[in-house]
Every structure is written in C-alpha cells, then in structure tokens.
Design a protein around this ligand. Structure first.
Ligand SMILES: NC(=O)c1ccc[n+]([C@@H]2O[C@H](COP(=O)([O-])OP(=O)(O)OC[C@H]3O[C@@H](n4cnc5c(N)ncnc54)[C@H](OP(=O)(O)O)[C@@H]3O)[C@@H](O)[C@H]2O)c1
Length: 214
C-alpha cells in the first residue's frame, strides 16, 4: 500500500518506519524540520520519502494521523482533499498540557474526527499502544503469542486496511466494532499512560485479559 504519515513524531516516525520495512510505500510528513523527515525516510531503509502533508495524501491508500489533538485541523488543512481515503487515527483527544481527555464518555476523539471528515472512513487504531513498544513488537512478529490490538470503525473495507497494517506491525487485530467503541478505548489508554508515566517507573506494564466462556 501507499501510506501517508501525517505527523512524524514518536508514533508516526516509528509506525512509518515499520510500514516501510513491512514493504509499503511511505511518505513521512508534518514535522517542524524537513531534515527530520528526510532522515526518517533514509533510516526507514525501503520505499520511503519525505514530503508535505499534501504529498502524503496524494494517491495514498491509507493515511496515518499521528499528531497532537491540537494540531489535527492544521495537518488536515495542509493535507487538502482526503475524501474517500482511509484515515487510520492514533490521536488521543488530549488537553494542551496532556492531563485529560477533552472528549470522552459520550463521544470520542475518533468520532469527532469522523465528523470533521464526512465521506472519509476513519478507523481508530494504534492509539492504545505506547510508541516505546512498537519496534519490539515488530521484531517479534513471527513468534507465537502476538499481542492483540483493538481497532474500531464503521467502514468494513477501511477496517480491513487498518487490520492489515496492525498485522504488519506484529499485533493480532481485534475488531471492537463501530467507531463509538473508541469512547472506551481512549480512556483505557489514558489509564495505562497514567500508570506507566506517573508511577515513576519505566512504562513496562503488562496487562492481560482472560477469555471468559468460549
Ligand atoms: N507517543 C505515544 O506513545 C502515543 C501513544 C498512543 C497515542 N498517541 C497519540 O498519537 C498522537 C501523536 O503523538 P506523538 O507522541 O507521536 O507526538 P509527537 O512525537 O509530538 O509527534 C507529533 C508530530 O507533529 C509535529 N508537529 C507538531 N507541531 C507542529 C507544527 N506546528 N508544524 C509541523 N509539525 C508539527 C511534530 O514535529 P517534530 O517531530 O518536529 O516535533 C511531530 O512530528 C497524539 O495524538 C497522541 O495522543 C501517542
């Protein structure tokens, strides 16, 4: 696939590198320096290049949205017409100082994003994972017991694209259902982040669900 990265920081930089190494064509965009984007493209060691958000969006099969909540409007404006493209969003709707979710309980960042982009399928994915684990999961992708990752959205073919990217990264995709399920995934992520970063230890937290019933 051709994948445009909108936001090439911790999440976009790492996931764009992983997508490149998994064989996709990647355009890194949206950082404060062009040199950083070029460096990411060189280091990705595959079919990757640096570009503007409009370059990333042009001909993209999927766009990874990976900017702070406060930068969403700006990067989408720079990307231009994204109608019909699959948007995979890992964005958490955080306040400026990253202390709380500004949308939760009755809506989610993913649903607000979808309202901004009528006609563009949005899938919420990757937001539940701390960027620190991504390369480790990718390196271990051929081992048994791959970790699961939830994703949700309305459009089935867009969800298949997201599931493929989740698989390529080394996770087993778990379909949560419609986009409104992001209302539960986003606060869950905040809980894990609070535990990891405010406990004073490193973010090596393990959590596990037992499967009940079948
Ligand atoms: N980090 C995580 O572990 C994690 C986990 C789950 C979800 N998320 C979510 O993923 C999203 C991205 O998080 P992140 O940690 O990857 O953030 P980040 O490292 O700050 O990346 C954001 C990108 O936006 C760029 N940017 C910011 N302001 C800009 C401006 N004015 N002009 C151009 N580029 C600008 C940054 O440029 P520079 O590279 O130059 O700084 C960076 O490349 C957030 O919504 C976050 O809630 C993050």
């Amino acid at each position: 696939m051709r994948i445009g990265i909108l936001g090439s920081g911790l999440m976009g930089g790492k996931l764009g590198t992983i997508f490149t190494r998994a064989g996709h064509d990647v355009v890194f965009s949206y950082a404060r320096s062009e040199e950083k984007l070029s460096q990411l493209a060189r280091d990705a060691q595959g079919k990757a290049r640096a570009g503007t958000p409009a370059d990333a969006a042009r001909d993209a099969d999927a766009l990874l949205l990976a900017v702070h909540w406060s930068r969403v409007d700006d990067v989408l404006k720079q990307a231009g017409d994204v109608s019909g493209k699959v948007i995979v969003s890992c964005v958490l709707p955080m306040s400026m100082e990253d202390s709380e979710l500004v949308v939760a309980h009755t809506s989610s960042g993913a649903e607000v994003l979808a309202q901004k982009l009528p006609g563009t399928p949005v899938v919420s994915a990757f937001g539940t994972v701390p960027s620190e684990v991504l390369f480790g999961v990718f390196v271990a992708r051929h081992k048994p017991n791959r970790p699961s990752m939830v994703y949700c959205g309305h459009d089935e073919s867009a969800k298949q694209v997201a599931a493929e990217l989740i698989r390529d990264t080394g996770f087993d995709p778990v379909d949560l259902g419609p986009l409104r399920l992001a209302r539960y995934a986003e606060p869950f992520t905040l809980l894990m982040g609070q535990l990891a970063y405010e406990a004073g230890d490193d973010p090596a937290i393990a959590y596990r669900f037992e499967r009940f019933g079948e």
